[in-house]
Design a protein around this ligand. Structure first.
Ligand code: 5GP
Length: 172
């Protein structure tokens, strides 16, 4: 298995700074709750909040959609729920990557029932070639080709989350 760099640390830094600036402008005077989808989004979320200069709160939700395979099962299971109520709050759902859209669709449906004041999605990576269901991405970092990627929080069989850039895996 070989790793090939796809998005460098410098590219990540620049794009995330821009996302942070846009979010700060859009939420001026508000106090949004950023909901990180575990586990893949934790590195992105950690960098993103440091580029936002309005007061933010952070919570996490954990879902399972892939197991250890590199193709979507289509089955989404809630592993860990939020700790706080989002009723009446401005929520930004922070995802690592959107592929088929099934995970995000499930999460949006689930969080909407809790009556937030607003709910938008910020995804670092958009792999839209295999999209099965339309999902609204208000903020997106990079559109990438249909390759399985790792690093910067994203794993393959729980490994490679600590690679500081985004790589793609070439099966040999
Ligand atoms: P979807 O439900 O949109 O097909 O997949 C979303 C989830 O699948 C992501 O949150 C992520 O956990 C996983 N996933 C999709 N594509 C990739 C990929 O290229 N690399 C990794 N590591 N995970 C992926």
């Amino acid at each position: 298995m070989k790793h090939k760099p796809l998005i460098t640390r410098a590219q990540l830094r620049r794009r995330i700074a821009a996302l942070g600036r846009t979010i700060s402008q859009d939420y001026a005077g508000k106090r949004p709750v950023l909901v990180g989808v575990l586990r893949g989004s934790f590195v992105f979320l950690a960098d993103l909040i440091r580029e936002i200069d309005v007061p933010v709160e952070v919570d996490f939700i954990s879902v399972e959609s892939y197991g250890n395979a590199t193709t979507s099962s289509g089955v989404v299971r809630m592993l860990q729920d939020l700790n706080t109520s989002i009723k009446g709050r401005h929520v930004i759902l922070v995802e690592d990557i959107v592929d088929t859209g099934l995970t995000l669709h499930y999460l949006i449906d689930n969080l909407r029932t809790r009556e937030p004041a607003s709910l938008v999605v910020c995804a670092l990576l958009d792999k839209h070639q295999k999209r099965k269901i339309k999902v609204p991405l208000k903020y997106a970092g990079f559109v990438i080709p249909d390759k399985f990627v790792v690093g910067y929080g994203l794993d393959h069989a729980q490994l490679h989350r600590n690679i500081p850039h985004i790589s793609w895996i070439e099966e040999q």
